[in-house]
Design a protein around this ligand. Structure first.
Ligand SMILES: NC(=O)c1ccc[n+]([C@@H]2O[C@H](COP(=O)([O-])OP(=O)(O)OC[C@H]3O[C@@H](n4cnc5c(N)ncnc54)[C@H](O)[C@@H]3O)[C@@H](O)[C@H]2O)c1
Ligand SMILES: [Zn+2]
Length: 388
């Protein structure tokens, strides 16, 4: 085929800024404001807050408005914070997406303006999709407010909402303008979402950093006692590994097929959908890791000691190690097909065989997957019985 004379390479460069602080709107207020100030003056900002966070920290709205009033050189409020539904409901339909796009329109937010989104991973995914598509892209600053979103979802370059029963069916790759991980947002999380980011931490530890896995194991009692320093250390180490992968891994927009950081996720996504999201993403990822590790032990030479080690670690952090939904093996196995479609037709699943050692496989033996499901489930049930 002949090349058009006008064709050529398009290069778009992004700076993926991920910062951490405590007390973003007070102690770190000036530094936060400087992110919005331009040579032409202050920027218009639409603040969007997760309703769950707003309920848990009712002073946050006033703090945000006060911070804006303190920094007129940098930010011009477009109105009071827009409070949107948080949790998986935020991305189950397009209500939150619509609300944000409508606010962009009504509050005269342009492509040089900013959306400052504060909340959990689900809300950030839905708001991120609105920010990426309204006016074809409004700048987005994220302040993730859960451990999972600070460790993973919030620092990623993806957004999305669920549709037709499939997770993240509609979404884009769109790096945020900046991400600020503020540990002082975390203490009001309930137990499920306090631990939520730790299964993703175990995941990246297994994939890329065995020392992180050991650090988590050694910190379980601090983490269970809600030690914010311990949580911040693990969240930061996990976020760094995710960001490094995005920035230096050579494929930030996942154009090639493999998605190494999605270890344990084919089943996790399916379990979330099968349980009507009663199983949180973090809890589903914990079970997904055990399923894939057990598969690796059956088929790829991983040791059963590793499966037990990870199950012990997750259980000691309060994660469930099985789910009743695992009995519907046929439906769970559909997760592999969903994953295949998401990757563009050819399967590429990352499997860990030892901490820090992974491999990619392009098919999974259905019989062995079923066997892995049964083993994980029966060990999980035994563990629950022992725990009383
Ligand atoms: N974009 C990505 O790359 C990516 C990566 C991983 C996960 N995700 C997505 O992230 C979602 C899970 O996010 P999550 O684990 O952050 O949970 P979540 O967003 O569902 O939030 C959990 C709950 O906590 C509430 N909440 C948020 N912050 C709070 C706080 N500080 N105090 C009290 N309550 C608070 C929320 O309102 C919600 O009810 C999933 O939809 C998953 O698909 C996206
Ligand atoms: Zn995940």
């Amino acid at each position: 085929m002949e090349q058009l004379t006008s064709s050529g390479k398009i290069t778009v460069s992004w700076h993926h800024r991920v910062l951490k602080c405590r007390d973003a709107f007070q102690a770190e207020g000036p530094a936060l404001a400087s992110l919005f100030q331009t040579e032409e003056g202050p920027s218009r900002v639409l603040i969007v807050i997760d309703a769950g966070l707003d309920a848990a920290q009712p002073e946050l709205r006033a703090n945000v408005m006060h911070w804006m009033q303190q920094h007129p050189e940098a930010v011009t409020p477009s109105g009071p914070p827009l409070i949107v539904l948080g949790g998986e409901q935020a991305k189950q339909d397009h209500v939150v997406f619509d609300q944000v796009v409508q606010a962009v329109h009504q509050r005269r937010i342009c492509r040089q303006s900013y959306i400052l989104a504060i909340g959990g991973g689900a809300m950030l995914d839905a708001v991120g999709l609105a920010a990426a598509t309204a006016h074809r892209g409004v700048r987005l600053v994220r302040l993730p407010s859960t451990t999972l979103s600070q460790a993973d979802a919030g620092v990623s370059v993806k957004n999305g909402i669920n549709a037709f029963g499939a997770k993240n069916l509609i979404g884009t790759f769109a790096p945020p303008w900046a991400v600020i991980n503020d540990a002082t947002l975390l203490p009001t999380l309930d137990d499920v979402f306090w631990r939520g980011g730790l299964s993703e931490a175990v995941k990246v530890g297994l994939l890329k950093d065995p020392d992180l896995l050991t650090m988590i194991e050694e910190s379980t009692s601090d983490l269970n006692n809600r030690d914010l320093d311990a949580m911040e250390r693990i969240v930061t180490a996990t976020a760094n590994l995710h960001v490094n992968h995005i920035v230096s891994g050579g494929d930030p927009f996942e154009i090639s097929r493999a998605r190494p950081l999605d270890f344990g996720h084919w089943s996790a996504h399916q379990l979330e959908q099968m349980t009507g999201t009663r199983l949180s993403h973090g809890d589903a990822v914990g079970i997904g890791l055990l399923i894939d590790l057990q598969y690796a032990a059956l088929e790829l030479g991983a040791s059963s000691a590793l499966v037990n080690r990870v199950a012990d670690c997750l259980a000691s952090l309060g994660f469930p190690t099985h789910s009743d939904a695992m009995t519907d093996e046929d439906r769970l196995l559909e997760g592999i097909e969903r994953f295949r479609e998401h990757l563009g037709g050819k399967l590429a699943i990352t499997m860990v065989t030892q901490p820090g050692l992974s491999m990619e496989i392009d098919q999974m033996d259905a019989h062995a997957v079923r066997q892995a499901l049964r083993l994980v489930r029966s060990r999980g049930q035994e563990r629950s019985l022992r725990a009383g």
